[in-house]
Design a protein around this ligand. Structure first.
Ligand code: GAL
Length: 385
């Protein structure tokens, strides 16, 4: 199936882990709607690992845990659909899921049929416990062909953590998104690590096959399944800005029933979402001097990502992943690097999307002093100098 922009929604794993149940999922569906998140584009509710019994039923099908989901999955799917949302579930290409529940290896067609009967719209497909005899690309093709023949449109979300060079073969499988890295957790260390390696995978992304930088930890505040140390507000904003600008799917991982105002404002910035969902889906590139000059982009703690948008504007993000403030000499953008040399007679009118501040760039260059672990995210219009 064709997915025109990166999927957005909420996934149970980051906060709830194995402690999921019907009530959490249905309450979260209600909350997506009542907070305006659904209207802003977050329309998938995805149940991650740990939703089933430990054994398949006698008919060979996976059985939802009757304690966690007493009315079964179709009931939950119907409820999610009644809210105008889409319903996602989780399985794995191996014999077992990562948490040790039955997975879909050698059961691809029966599982795809079961998901279709329940009304599933999105399947996250993990990579634990897979047999060494069948190569990864084939495992993902097996489920892709089953989904394509299950009689229902189901978004296929591959989750092989970027391993075995996933980026090079994932498009052959028909997956609509692929996880580019190992798991995120709610700490600055994790955000920084994933941010430094993001630039590589995004160059393989395109419409209908999006680089999934993992679910958001924004707003978790150290609470829940991957709730490690927690992050500062500035760090959460940098994380969200980078994921949005680089075109990652935006899957919320916090408990949205408990969001504070800062989290709500962060997740509901419609101008930032518009960049993520830009219909052209052009790739972002690092226009910092380091990104342009050096090969080992993974060492660049001050990337300046730029993305051409469909109406002619540019999205520009200055990121400071280091522990020191940036100065104008290590974080500046020369407009000739992005296609606007002086000879064009053009410059940029900037709008910072978190503060609303506006200004015009003069002299073909501008630098930003950015606090440690912070960012500035702009939408820029091309205007006469
Ligand atoms: C991991 C995956 C996580 C989560 C977890 C569930 O492999 O990367 O996002 O799905 O499994 O056990």
């Amino acid at each position: 199936m064709l997915v025109l922009t990166p999927p957005m929604g909420w996934n149970s794993w980051n906060t709830f882990g194995e402690n999921i149940n019907e009530k959490v999922v249905m309450d979260s569906a209600d909350t997506l709607v009542s907070t305006g998140l659904a209207a802003a584009g977050y329309n998938y509710i995805v149940i991650d690992d740990c939703w089933s019994l430990r054994e398949r039923g006698e008919d060979g099908r996976i059985v939802p845990d009757p304690v966690k989901f007493p009315h079964g999955m179709k009931y939950v799917a119907d409820y999610v659909h009644s809210k105008g949302l889409k319903f996602g579930m989780y399985s794995c290409a191996g014999m077992l899921t990562c948490a040790g529940y039955p997975a879909s290896f050698d059961h691809e067609f029966i599982d795809a049929a079961t998901f279709a009967e329940w009304g599933v719209d999105y399947l996250k497909y993990d990579y634990c416990f897979h047999p060494s005899t069948v190569p990864g690309p084939v495992l993902y093709k097996r489920m892709a062909v089953a989904l394509a023949n299950c009689g229902r449109d189901i978004v296929f979300s591959a989750c092989s953590w970027g391993s075995d060079e996933t980026k090079k073969w994932i498009k052959q499988t028909g997956a609509n998104l692929w996880r580019t890295t190992g798991d995120i957790n709610d700490s600055w260390r994790s955000i920084k690590e994933l941010s430094l390696i993001a630039g590589d995978a995004i160059t393989y992304g395109s419409i209908n096959c999006y680089p999934d930088m993992d679910m958001l930890v924004t707003g978790m505040k150290g609470v829940g399944n991957v709730g490690f140390a927690g992050c500062t507000d500035a760090e959460y904003r940098l994380h969200y800005s980078l994921w949005a600008l680089l075109g990652s799917p935006l899957m919320i991982g916090c408990d949205i029933r408990q969001m504070d105002d800062f989290t709500r404002e962060t997740l509901l910035n419609l101008e930032v979402i518009a960049i993520n969902q830009d219909p052209d889906y052009n790739q972002a590139y690092d226009a910092s001097a380091y990104g342009v000059t050096f090969q080992d982009a993974e060492k660049n703690e001050h990337p300046i990502y730029v993305r051409q948008l469909s109406n002619g504007d540019l999205a520009i993000g200055f990121f400071n992943l280091s522990d020191q403030p940036t100065s104008r000499w290590n974080s500046y953008l020369a407009l000739d690097r992005i296609g606007l040399p002086e000879s064009t007679g053009k410059t940029l009118e900037m709008k910072e999307l978190w503060t609303g501040e506006t200004f015009k760039v003069t002299n073909g260059i501008f630098g930003e002093t950015i606090a440690p672990h912070s960012c500035r995210l702009f939408r820029a219009k091309v205007v006469n100098a």
